[in-house]
Design a protein around this ligand. Structure first.
Ligand code: URA
Length: 423
């Protein structure tokens, strides 16, 4: 096998053999296949696709490029969740402690944000003292003790994916469903979870802009799970408007704490409970209703222990932005449009996100939504609060919001949040 043969085979629309897949992924990880060769292959895959068998083999080759997490017996069933990401998507924060409070263990290995969607680790790092990096032994001990860990992926987990994802990012080859599905699933399978629930988002603020593309991605990932003996359920959910009322790192932590205390916005509660129900079902827990556990506030002490176990102070005040200003309704009517992408880009420009991997994020930057789609509003009423430590960035954020926040005469309602479930 050599790299040029593999590239030409996929360029000409052929199926890659198992030998070709195994070789090219391993050789690329070792550095024996050059970046420009892998970039050409990724583009051929983007254009010509891969069938279910190729995708499954590709996923296995990415898992085999590193180590599978050896957590041992943590005394509870392991179950995890992955979201394809969206604006205001802080669901992992209340979800992991909730599912732990229901009796399962959640090994949530997460990433940082790039672009307009925030990363879970960036959000948690707004908590004073909190530490993202844990050793495998620390992860296992925390799962046994607390039942929930949210931490950075370990360096030996699917290293082929880390290298390939960085290459795809700069070669216009991120948007291939076989490559996205194998990327996500290789990391989750290597995490050694016993069950997986996927939140696959569709809409302006999501990776997949249409429900059809989101459904195709979800179906591809559920099939990979089945082929690898990992029971996987996918929810298709709306990301045309932001989730909840807070977008930005510390703002989202504060909203998650409200949810863990039994309050919080209805959409965040709805999605947290729906995902938790699927997770506890996959974990084989049948006698606990996550909705009741959440409403009772019983997940909050698990959150406190989860944060403290990673050196964070759950009772410390969260950072507050140096500058806050409002965006007000330009007329009276109904808030008909609150576009997720516009809000996400605006929060990013305020400092909540990064443009390059090495950039820092502002813990306190972001947006609070003061009204929701369908609400009647008066001219001059504040609709959004813009939070930043760098007020010179507000003009850019306002420009991003132009056209994304609309008040008109039409009636409007938030689209259904949960569109479908794939098993
Ligand atoms: N997230 C991933 O982990 N991988 C992709 O390819 C895209 C999004």
């Amino acid at each position: 096998v050599n790299a040029i043969d593999v590239i030409q085979a996929k360029r000409d629309g052929h199926r890659l053999t198992e030998e070709q897949v195994d070789w090219v992924v391993a050789a690329y990880t070792r550095g024996d296949v050059a970046d420009e060769q892998m970039a050409a292959l990724a583009m051929a895959i983007l254009l010509n696709g891969m069938d279910a068998g190729e995708i499954s083999r590709w996923t296995q080759a990415m898992i085999d490029s590193g180590d599978v997490l050896a957590l041992g017996d943590v005394g509870r069933p392991l179950v995890d969740k992955h979201s394809t990401g969206g604006v205001g998507d802080k669901i992992t924060l209340p979800l992991a402690p909730l599912v732990a409070a229901c009796g399962a263990a959640v090994p949530q290995l997460s990433g940082r944000g790039l672009g307009h969607t925030g990363g879970t680790l960036d959000k948690l790092e707004s908590i004073p003292g909190w530490r993202a990096s844990l050793s495998e032994a620390e992860i296992a001990a925390q799962l046994a003790d607390v039942g929930a860990v949210i931490c950075a992926t370990t360096p030996t987990l699917a290293p082929a994916d880390r290298k390939l994802y960085a290459l795809r990012d700069v070669t216009g080859t991120v948007e291939s469903i076989p490559l996205i599905a194998s990327s996500i699933m290789s990391k989750k399978i290597a995490e050694a979870t016993g069950g997986l629930v996927l939140d696959v988002k569709a809409g302006s603020g999501a990776f997949m802009k249409t429900p059809d593309r989101a459904r195709e991605l979800a179906g591809t990932m559920v099939a990979i799970g089945a082929a690898h003996g990992l029971p996987t359920t996918a929810l298709l959910t709306d990301m045309s408007v932001p989730l909840g009322r807070a977008v930005g790192n510390a703002l989202e932590v504060a909203e998650s704490v409200e949810v863990l205390r039994g309050g919080g916005p209805a959409d965040v509660v709805e999605l947290t409970v729906a995902l938790a129900r699927e997770m506890v079902a996959l974990a084989g827990i049948t006698d606990v209703d996550p909705a009741e556990v959440l409403a009772s506030g019983a997940a909050y002490p698990v959150w406190e222990r989860m944060i403290a176990a990673q050196s964070g102070d759950p009772s410390a005040p969260l950072p507050v932005a140096a500058h806050v200003e409002e965006l007000v309704a330009d007329r009276s009517g109904v808030l008909t449009h609150l576009d997720a992408l516009a809000v996400g880009v605006a929060a990013w420009r305020l400092g909540a996100g990064r443009a390059r991997k090495e950039d820092a994020v502002q813990a306190a930057a972001g947006i609070r939504l003061l009204a929701g789609v369908g609400d009647a509003v008066e001219a001059g009423q504040p609709l959004l609060e813009l939070h930043t430590d760098t007020p010179e960035k507000v003009a850019g954020a306002r420009a991003a919001l132009a056209g994304g926040v609309l008040v008109s005469e039409e009636p409007a309602a938030r689209p259904a949040l949960i569109m479908d479930t794939l098993r």
